[in-house]
Design a protein around this ligand. Structure first.
Ligand SMILES: [Zn+2]
Length: 216
């Protein structure tokens, strides 16, 4: 994955890529879901942010991104709608994966919504049969929903494999998703540098208070 875009002030170019898969990083483009709307950190503020995300995470190749930039310039209204759909599907996926991580059944409405997302995806995806083998292709490669569809493909692949390594950060002020690729499968925080160190500092502080005879 590419480093953060140099010099960009946009959140989508700066937020930590810790998911281990662009589909999980996509879910992490909204930070602080439980906070009042004004305090939520939203990295996907405009359609261009979807493309910045796709470039930074390698979700799409440069040629595809240029085509989509052009398509978004031609159809600003369509681009706004594609962004709205991407955010709506992202929140649905976050609720579904959040339930799965917690060992619960996803909400019925979310499950039904997910099936619609999947059917929409399948209507756009086709299998090409070539001499070298089969490849997935898109009916409309420059369709404005392409970044979302690429994410959905990856989510389907994740959901089709055992979910034992899917995690949600255990820090109380973080709910980011990640794949635990640690050898013993004991990673608890999305990032050691931020959430892990905060949790450790808190434990250290609490131990210090206990030794000093402090209360609570
Ligand atoms: Zn975290």
């Amino acid at each position: 994955m590419a480093e953060a875009e140099r010099g960009s002030s946009r959140l989508v170019d700066r937020f930590r890529l810790v998911g281990g898969d662009p589909a999980l990083d996509f879910l992490n483009t909204r930070d602080g879901r439980w906070l009042p709307e004004a305090e939520v950190q939203e990295a996907l503020e405009e359609y261009g942010d979807l493309l910045r995300f796709a470039r930074r995470t390698g979700l799409l190749e440069e040629g595809a991104i240029s085509s989509l930039e052009e398509a978004a310039r031609r159809d600003a209204q369509g681009a706004r709608e594609a962004l709205r759909r991407a955010r709506e599907v992202r929140e649905r996926l976050a609720r579904i994966l959040g339930a799965l991580v917690a060992g619960e059944a996803p909400d019925l409405r979310d499950r039904e919504g997910f099936q619609r997302d999947r059917l929409d995806l399948e209507a756009q995806r086709r299998l090409d049969f070539g001499p070298e083998g089969t490849t997935w292709a898109w009916e409309d490669p420059a369709g404005l929903d392409r970044p979302l569809r690429e994410v959905l493909c990856r989510i389907l692949a994740l959901l089709a494999s055992p979910l034992g390594r899917l995690r949600r950060c255990e820090a109380p002020d973080c709910d980011w998703f990640f794949l635990d690729r640690s050898r013993n499968g004991t990673r608890r925080w999305c990032s050691m540098e931020t959430c892990g160190n905060r949790a450790k500092a808190r434990r250290h502080y609490e131990r210090g208070r206990k030794t000093a005879g402090g209360e609570g």
